[in-house]
Design a protein around this ligand. Structure first.
Ligand code: OGA
Ligand code: MN
Length: 280
């Protein structure tokens, strides 16, 4: 049996897993624990050329935790189709929100917590753009000085759908604006203290304003933190080939897709492993 290896992609974030094929991923019961450990350590795991079938992806993700099975524009429960083509995904317009840095699930419709992990597999790739970028907000927090860490631990931030959609659509119709505003907003601490004891920053496009702070000053603080967290030397950028699978720890990693055209063939199949940790 080949040995599974975990090789860091750079000093900040990401590791490539080799020695594992799609059959073994599903069959070997030692694999899920190993993957969860490697995910905790590295934030993002890359499996090049795995060619995981959708059924196998869902089966594997179920071993990592409970998964999201709400309908996802795909016949198989547990798969959400990421495509800008409205004939493949009727909510495709919202997916342009993935072009900005974000954490998945900061403004849920119900009382769920942000997902634990997200898995994407490339079914078709873009001819231009469409890379996915990742930055660790655990590392970003750890890089701050003690005084700044302490100050940020006292702040709370309002997250909204409107904040994440407005940059893409600065002039919404009244109907769209109403839809955004009817969506529940959420207040989260800026610093998430995890059960593991690690801390991360809760940043990204859903951040609207810092509670109790002048709007412009709060915005400047959030923008500055995001820029420092996502400086090029801290980012892993994945250039996709068909058959690649990537999994990230959604609790302490922010991500974004490099813009790709509306008529791009790019198609990703996503499975979401639900989270059970409130942001606190
Ligand atoms: C997502 C997402 C990024 C991409 O599916 O949550 O942000 O590269 N996708 O498609
Ligand atoms: Mn996302």
């Amino acid at each position: 049996m080949t040995t599974i290896t975990v090789e860091k992609l750079n000093h900040e974030i990401g590791a490539e897993i080799t020695g594992l094929d799609a059959d073994r991923l599903a069959a070997d019961d030692t694999v899920p624990g190993l993957i969860l450990d490697a995910l905790e350590t590295n934030g993002v795991l890359v499996f090049r050329g795995l060619h995981l079938e959708p059924e196998a992806q869902v089966a594997f993700c179920r071993k990592l935790g409970e998964i999201d099975t709400t309908p996802g524009h795909h016949p198989l429960p547990g798969i959400y189709r990421v495509s800008l083509d409205t004939s493949k995904n009727s909510s495709a317009n919202y997916l342009r929100g993935t072009f900005d840095w974000h954490i998945d699930g900061c403004t849920p419709k119900d009382d769920t917590y942000p997902q634990m992990a997200t898995v994407l597999s490339a079914k078709a790739v873009a001819t231009s753009g469409g890379e996915t970028e990742f930055a660790s907000t655990y590392r970003a927090y750890d890089r701050l000085g003690t005084a700044e860490q302490e100050r940020l631990r006292g702040l709370r931030v309002l997250h909204s759908l409107e904040a994440s959609q407005r940059p893409l659509n600065p002039d919404p119709s009244p109907r769209l604006l109403e839809h955004w505003r009817n969506w529940p907003t959420r207040e989260h601490p800026l610093v998430w203290t995890h059960r593991s004891g690690r801390r991360s920053l809760v940043l990204g496009t859903s951040t609207d304003r810092v509670i109790g702070m002048d709007r412009a000053a709060g915005r400047a603080l959030l923008d500055d933190l995001l820029a420092r967290c996502t400086a090029p030397e801290y980012v892993y950028r994945h250039t996709w080939s068909v058959g690649d699978t990537v999994i990230w720890d959604n609790r302490g990693v922010i991500h974004r897709a490099a813009p790709y055209p509306q008529d791009s063939p790019r198609e990703m199949l996503r499975t979401t492993v639900l989270g059970d940790e409130p942001i606190q």
